[in-house]
Design a protein around this ligand. Structure first.
Ligand code: FNS
Length: 501
């Protein structure tokens, strides 16, 4: 009688363990059994990582990479074998590796949250406490990571021309982005696989975005399901959707129309990733985990060694082009932005196509290496739009390397409506959970108010192009002239005699 024994009829661990081969492969996920034998060759991450858990409980490995509704969506119902009595499943006693022991020690000694005074502090702590694959995935850029570093250093080539004696007693740092009133001109940009850094994943960012009244851009490749992230929204909180366009347009149409039905307020089509870049730190950690080195698999012609990103993105359509824009117009009423535009010619094309906005971005340096930073492209775009009277025809956002409120202010002075921020919030979340993200956002708000005062601006509209000097913005290699005379004076080894030489 099920009343007495709730597990009557359940499968047992023994039943599952018998199906532990390529010929017959059953796995357990969240207490339910699945026959994935026929799915093995289709798995984007390759068959090997599944075979590592054949006949066993795969939940821990499955969780960070797959939204919870993945099996319901992609595995035929007849392969869903039903509940498993987990008391009968022999849980693997995972011997803690020496590396994991060391990491746990570092977590015990990590700095208190109050010691984080800026966004880079979170990155420093995260590097020490995150699991290697998670750190590698979040921190990696493409190829030599030159663009990833340039994104941040580009802001240091732009200098302020502050105004003085402006009444800045009351400073208002709020603004509107895509007709949404926000407390401060940044949004949480789309970054994939949130559960690599935190067991709750993207919903942590949803809660922090609500608390600080900023917009969250929901990633296509989120660990949480889309509906989980939308369900975590509170009150009239605004979310946008970042879209990787699927080769199967029907799937894309369903995703977009479902998002609109769920009240998402903007569609951001990612256009800089027809194929995901080579993030070598991410790739290297895949080799460390023997199960996921899925190179040698029969009949598997896709190179799966490119880390999690490349594996889970094989659905992206590289044929996407300008001719597809009208189709997007036909399937949704949401405003449409192109995310990843990197030259003024494409901004002009976007205006011609009637697109509502663009994000000037190189994907955080994770795509084409030695592409220019978003802020440098912005410095190229805005003067030309103004020249042609087009600056109000399209909303311009930028992202990449934003780590200080001064970076946000420089972007706004040049004409952006706001900026997207990615890694800092991931690192804050991974190291300290939601309190970390809250603090990161609050630090930016405090910096923003202070720096607006120091530049002589009481509100966002007061930020104008004449407040920045961009004469060095296009130099990718700024040498400092060697001031040998001064150097001589400061070189303790030089004696007065030498001066007589
Ligand atoms: C850090 C990071 C960025 C990703 C990201 C994942 C991570 C871990 N992923 S990715 O795996 O495919 O590359 C996405 C993504 O899903 N879609 C997207 O449009 N941009 C993606 N981006 C780019 C992101 O939206 C911003 O362009 C970038 O993060 C801005 O730079 P910062 O990280 O320096 O703020």
């Amino acid at each position: 009688d099920p009343g007495e024994n709730p597990h009557v009829g359940d499968l047992t661990g023994e039943d599952i363990a018998k199906h532990n081969s390529r010929e017959s492969c059953w796995v357990i996920v969240h207490g339910k059994a699945y026959d994935v034998t026929e799915f093995l060759p289709e798995h984007p991450g390759g068959p090997k990582i599944i075979l590592k858990y054949a006949g066993k409980d795969a939940t821990e490995e499955y969780e960070p990479i797959h939204p919870p509704d993945t099996l319901d969506k992609f595995l035929p119902k007849d392969k869903h074998l039903g509940p498993v009595n987990m008391d009968t499943v022999q849980q693997e006693i995972k011997e803690e590796s020496p590396e994991e022991k060391e990491r746990q020690e570092r977590i015990k000694k990590m700095p208190k949250l109050e010691v984080c005074y800026n966004l880079m502090d979170f990155e420093t702590v995260a590097r020490h406490v995150m699991k290697k694959p998670a750190w590698a995935y979040y921190s990696s850029g493409a190829d030599d990571e030159i663009t990833m570093r340039e994104n941040h250093s580009a802001f240091h080539k732009i200098w302020f021309r502050p105004k003085v004696l402006v009444d800045v007693k009351n400073v208002d740092i709020s603004t509107t982005m895509l007709a949404t009133k926000v407390d401060i001109p940044f949004y949480v940009t789309a970054t994939a696989l949130g559960k690599l850094g935190h067991p709750e994943g993207e919903v942590v960012l949803t809660r922090a975005a609500h608390k600080h009244n900023v917009v969250q851009m929901i990633p296509t490749l989120a660990s949480c399901s889309f509906d989980e992230i939308v369900d975590a929204r509170q009150g009239d909180q605004v979310q946008w959707l970042q879209l990787y366009v699927n080769k199967d347009r029907e799937i894309t149409k369903k995703i977009v129309q479902h998002a609109e039905a769920r009240g998402v307020r903007g569609l951001y089509i990612t256009v800089d990733a027809p194929q995901l870049g080579r993030r070598e730190k991410d790739m290297r950690t895949k080799f460390d985990d023997s199960g996921s080195n899925v190179q040698s698999t029969s009949g598997d012609n896709v190179d799966r060694s490119q880390g999690a990103a490349r594996a889970i993105s094989s659905f992206i359509d590289p044929s996407l082009s300008w001719k597809d824009i009208p189709w997007f117009r036909s399937i949704t009423k949401m405003p449409i932005f192109l995310k990843g535009v990197q030259r003024v010619e494409d901004v002009l094309k976007a205006i011609e196509c009637g697109v509502d906005g663009v994000v000037l971005s190189n994907h955080g340096g994770r795509q084409l290496d030695t592409a220019r930073s978003g802020i440098e492209v912005l410095a190229e775009v805005m003067p030309i739009l103004r020249e042609r009277g087009l600056q109000d025809k399209i909303e311009i956002l930028i992202d990449g390397g934003v780590r200080r409120a001064t970076d946000i202010i420089k972007a706004l002075c040049l004409g952006a409506k706001g900026v997207g921020i990615g890694r800092p919030f991931l690192f804050a979340m991974s190291a300290y959970g939601q309190p970390g993200v809250d603090r990161a956002m609050q630090l930016l708000k405090d910096e923003m108010a202070m720096n607006m005062r120091l530049i002589g601006a009481a509100k966002i509209e007061d930020l104008t192009p004449d407040m920045v000097d961009i004469s060095s913005a296009r130099s990718h290699f700024v040498t400092q002239p060697e001031d040998t005379l001064a150097k001589r004076a400061y070189d303790a080894l030089i004696t007065p005699n030498d001066m007589l030489k």
